[in-house]
Design a protein. Sequence first.
Lengths: 305, 329, 554
Amino acid sequence: MSAQTIAAKFRVAGEARPAWAGRPTLWGSGFRAIAVILLCAIVLFPFLIVISTSLATQDQINANGGFVIFPTEISFQAYEQIFNGGVVTRALLVSALVTITGTAISLLTTVLAAYGLSRTGSLFQKPLLTIVLLTFLFAPGIIPLYLMVKQMGLLNNYWALILPVAVNAFNLVIVRGFFMNIPKELMEAARIDGAGEWRTLFQIVAPLSKAVIAVVGLFYAVSYWNAFFSAMLYLNDSTMWPLQLVLRTYVLQSTPLVSDTLATLPPAQSIQMAIVVIAVLPIVAVYPFLQRHMSKGVLTGAVKG
Amino acid sequence: MTLLASRSDRGTASVGGPPKSPVEKPRRVSFSAKLRRDKSLIIMVLPAVVLLAAFVYIPLLGNIIAFMDYVPFIPIEQSPLVGLANFEKLFGNPAFWNALSNTLQLTFMQLVLFFPVPIALALFINSLAIPFVRRFLQSVIYLPHFLSWVIVVAFFQQILGGSGAISQVLIQNGGSGLDIMTNPDVFKILMTSQVIWKDAGWGTIIFIAALAAIDESLYESAALDGAGVWHRFWHVTLPGIRPIIVLLLILRLGEALTVGFEQVLLQRDGVGPAAAEVLDTFVYFHGVVDGDWGVGAAAGLLKGVVGLVLVLLANKAAHLLGEQGVYSK
Amino acid sequence: MSSNAINNKVGRRSFIKGAAFGLGALALGGPLLTACGNGAAPSAGAGSSVVPLPAYLPQVIAKPDFKAPTAGVQNAWLRFPTDRAITVKGVVGSGKPVTAMTITYAQPPAPLEQNAYWQFMNKELNIDYKPIIAAANDFPAKFAATMAGGDIPDMVAIPVFMGLPRIPEMYKTVFQDLSEHLSGDAIKEYPNLANIDSETWKYCRVDGKIVGIPTARPTVGPPLMVRKDLFDQLGVSYNPKTADEFEAMCKAVTDPKANRYALSAMLGDFGTTWNTRVFGGIFGAPNNWKLESDGKLVRDIETTEFKDTVAFMKKLWDGGYWHPDSANQQVATAKALFISGNVLTYSNGIAAWATESANNPKIDIDVVYPFGAKGGKGATYNNRPLFSLTAVKKSSDKEHTKEMLRILNYLCAPFGSQENFNVSFGAEGKNYDVVDGVPKVNKTGQAEMGVSISRLGNGPQPLFSAIPIDKDIKRQFDYQVAADAVGMSDPTMPYWPITVTQMTSLEKAITSGITDVVTGRQPLSSLDEVAKTWRTGGGDELRKKYEDAIAADK
């Protein structure tokens, strides 16, 4: 049929408008356009302010009561001050290392476990699933966890930032949910071909689940990247601190009410904003790569024939 | 695969339905046979379980102090057991019930007002025709998630605050300034709108992934069968993302008592604890700052138990609707 | 969205689910001594003798430009003294590692290998300094975890204003009793410590024993600073002599159309502070507690003067003189508004005045002098004379304890001494530049001083600014003299280690109650309810403990 031929031509991972979708109406397009513009404005305008304020001079910030939309003169003073001394640079590297390693370990353990728990009727499935689920509802207190980490000899060790949080039940359940929705025919076909569970997972299930793995990978990565509390608790050596913890000290620097003669200069508004920019930039840089895996039509035609 | 077929023939090719049981119904399989068959699966789960056992379950034993008058820096065995005294202290404190009430109100409000927003946004993005626009929107919509609450509250104050942009305009024209951010009566709505602004975009990510996983050929078939936009949405798209919606809903209920911590910390003084205190801040002040660790642990146990009950109930409800939920029977 | 929780997993969730302690299954290396049973803090002197305070042997190091007439006023210097005396002779440390936990208000330091300041201090003190720093908000958790973990650092600088619980027990079980080293004339061995006055040492006793070294701070209470330049521009005087005149002053400068307000509150330790410590003095309300002649304590919220204070603050709110965001104003924002001229007053610790004057040469800061509501002298609330108390780890090795004390002795060197200069300015040529004869800490210095070693001990603080602001220093000195003359102290402050459970929550409830009244959410009469809730929630228990402690000290 001609429609099918056309459809086949457009079956390029959802790039162009598929034939079955029909022609867009004028009202529909107009409404969509306005909505898109509004959404972008609501989302991007604050960041414009954040970036502008980070590049503005203190005088202009004072005059504008804290936030600047268009800086009249650009000053990198905030960034200079933050990167001065190499502490932030080093912290950036630490964060990058912990995030990459942590995400890899988390994804591996999560995907494996999610698959292992996705086959209904398998031995121990119920109890193991319960064990995982309960950790979603009950979390240990600060001090017992601290003692455990200490007992394992992980104090002042970067593994303390990874191992205790490597497995997140929420993420695991999501991956498992996606796995369980993969058409049974595919799994059956694999089994008939003689594939064991490992091959099924890595050669069939995982490639089909690129979207959810990318998403959960993003969740894990952001979690590692933003973490500061565990670093504060477990890393006594402040030269080992990751980015967010270091940046936090800038934010919390404002003169305490009890007032202390030895307090250093409180941070300018520009520094607070520069901090946001520095913390977000790597994520913004990485995100487009993940987006590729979340495109349409991954399962298209997989089941047919 | 026709449209009708995908509805009644659930579980064959559509991603929307629960999986059918395998063609061969397993007869009584012995334990050792099962072990042999599922050995790989068990090994796969092991690393996660070991990590969780070490870093969650063993430290969870420490929650025993919920039943003790715990003193830090001495061995736990020497802190006296006080039975349910900590729980009594908790339940006897009217501030606790106030915090609980606020928490439940907020959870409910967010479920109704916030939860659908990422779904709607994801569907909207998905419906955009021009790939460039779609990709661009997708790559910026999550950004507010990365603004810290300090900044989000500051922004809101700049616009909605008593001397914020809107107030200035009103004052210049003879009126009085807005009183939104220090008004206890609208505080919960304010909080919800802040959450929507900050996190709705982030929430779309998982739904976009879910939408991407829907078999494209289902749309084709539906269109060929003459289904219009609305029909395709109702019979292909929605069923396609229904499992993940149900899943997330159940998980959200499991965290029903966890609502806004930093967000509340920053604003509770402005409206007063009667309107603002939530369970998490209550526990923070009474459990951590006051150093009453026993009460803190008691509250934590309470949250977990309530969450568990809600998850089980919600899961049951999901089963009744034909979904498998989080935990299938 | 639940994904919020993902990102906050260990941080928020375990944090807020409260801490628990102890893993019965695991062997713990905790201290072997038992705590005091039910955890009730014993009052100072309960059954134990009170150790004599250390002798006060003031040193004259550098002559101040303005000499303080009373102990409550700071000596003032306009320039850094050029002749710097050496107050510490001989080797301080033994070359071994020294771990210490302090709060930090600075960014984390560069690592030792790249940190000239750190290396410099190590050399000066002959130690291998290993700091454990925590930002103020994180300190309670970090402190609790470290104490529970059993690896007690050699020194811990415990902030006295945080209301950390179970301090007296901690001092008994985990920290060293320093009485034999410091009481009476024993302190002569540490001349810089002897330079600290006896009033401050009162705060360093727990259960009658001397248990730590103070980081001294000025005692003059928070002033109400004003933008002199803007007041002059508007032609309004900022020297009211009665409460009505004050109100008129506020009215004259407030103009919502110009986005200009007279006052702003801000968020303090326990919630919104409506410049309470300024207004309370005006209306004669007690500084937290008042000691009656019969030895009984009265809390401020139980007095009529306090009600008058809150009623006045409410009157100002109704008049619209408070900035509309007051109830939820961060300190940094309140300060920014003051500097940008949107709020014409600002109240913070006395040392903030010098800092703000120095950092903002374009504005002119003066102060409202104390006055009484009905035209009398008025009063000011004195602060505690210390920020933190540095405790030393319990050790049977006397030499080790002495080494720690020698280190603290160095750090407490008075202003004008070479040691004080070393700590404040660091390594020559690297941490500071000399501009027109004035030493100024440079960017490298600021980055490296995050080591925060200066937070372990401080001698009496000078009224001084590295950036010369002569006019402001003189103004501040004069103000301090006047404020100290009418200063009122809180009789319970030396007994800061005494706490009751829920203490912070009790205080928070009070500030919430005040905010409710000021903003009109509740009537003035609700303060009675607040007082009652405080009393039954632990206030009476606290009162009794304080009363016993004060009586035992007589």
